[in-house]
Design a protein. Structure first.
Length: 278
């Protein structure tokens, strides 16, 4: 096996029953027990649903944290430790935890606070996320107005996710179709990774500043920079909330650093498919 990286899945991949196949592993059982003391009820929502509740940001983010970390613990027993990790959006928190930058308890507190802030935000700003397929990133940027529509996730050469105000959803989708692309709504409850989230990102930074960040045991690639974390954990992780996820550039940089194999930890194969598409 060549140099290996784990990819931690983000919001939108959630499904009832995720991590049920690894829940009996001792390390996972301990994690789930610790989670209940920080976010009571999250394990039941993750394992038993209903899906409608699990799709709420307030539950989605801590549930995805647990599922990602559980699958990472299980995978590490099979492969040994990876040489690098990357989390997609909310997946960056379990990636940092797995790498040892945050304790499980601090990471759980961070993910719960992040979810609370973003749940409050979705009540303040009505929006959605739309995957644009079949167009180059530059073409998608040209379709966005920087006010009601923003490039939010640079996933691959032919897929960019756009944060879109709910009032602009139909018009933006029509512009995408006219340009020769496809507009696919995602199952998330707001428009994320855009400037509208700046007030919440500032509050998140205040919360993170009280946590104890440590040097990671492996490279943790940041969504904000597409490069490994340096020293500014608080600024990098908080600013990520209101900035685009640079996933395609991250994968490119990981490959340039010698990563040869990518394993997705989390439910589904969304990130695996993006890596394969390039």
């Amino acid at each position: 096996m060549g140099r290996l990286a784990y990819l931690f899945a983000g919001q939108g991949a959630q499904v009832v029953g995720m991590a049920s196949d690894v829940k009996e592993l001792p390390k996972v059982k301990n994690l789930f027990e610790r989670a209940e003391s920080v976010c009571a009820g999250v394990v039941e929502k993750m394992l038993c649903g209903p899906q409608e509740d699990l799709n709420r940001t307030l539950w989605t983010q801590p549930a995805m944290f647990l599922a990602d970390l559980a699958y990472a613990y299980a995978r590490e027993e099979e492969t040994g430790a990876p040489q690098a990790v990357c989390g997609f959006s909310v997946g960056e928190v379990p990636a940092l935890c797995f790498a040892g930058s945050l304790s499980e308890e601090d990471a759980l507190k961070a993910i719960v606070r992040r979810a609370q802030l973003m749940e409050e935000y979705t009540g303040r700003v009505q929006g959605c996320m739309i995957a644009v397929v079949g167009l180059e990133p530059g073409a998608v940027e040209a379709l966005c107005d920087g006010k009601n529509t923003h490039p939010a996730n640079y996933n691959s050469r032919k897929q960019t996710v756009v944060a879109c105000a709910m009032s602009e959803r139909e018009e933006f989708s029509a512009r995408v179709k006219q340009a020769g692309g496809r507009a696919i709504p995602l199952k998330v409850s707001g428009m994320f990774h855009c400037p509208e989230l700046a007030p919440e990102a500032e509050k998140f930074a205040e919360f993170l500043s009280a946590l104890n960040f440590q040097k990671p045991r492996m490279d943790v690639y940041a969504n904000l920079t597409a490069l490994p974390y340096a020293e500014d954990f608080v600024g990098t992780l908080s600013e990520q909330m209101c900035s685009p996820v640079r996933f395609a550039a991250t994968v490119e940089n990981m490959r340039a650093a010698g990563i040869e194999e990518f394993i997705e930890v989390g439910p589904g194969k969304v990130l695996t498919n993006l890596v394969q598409r390039g």
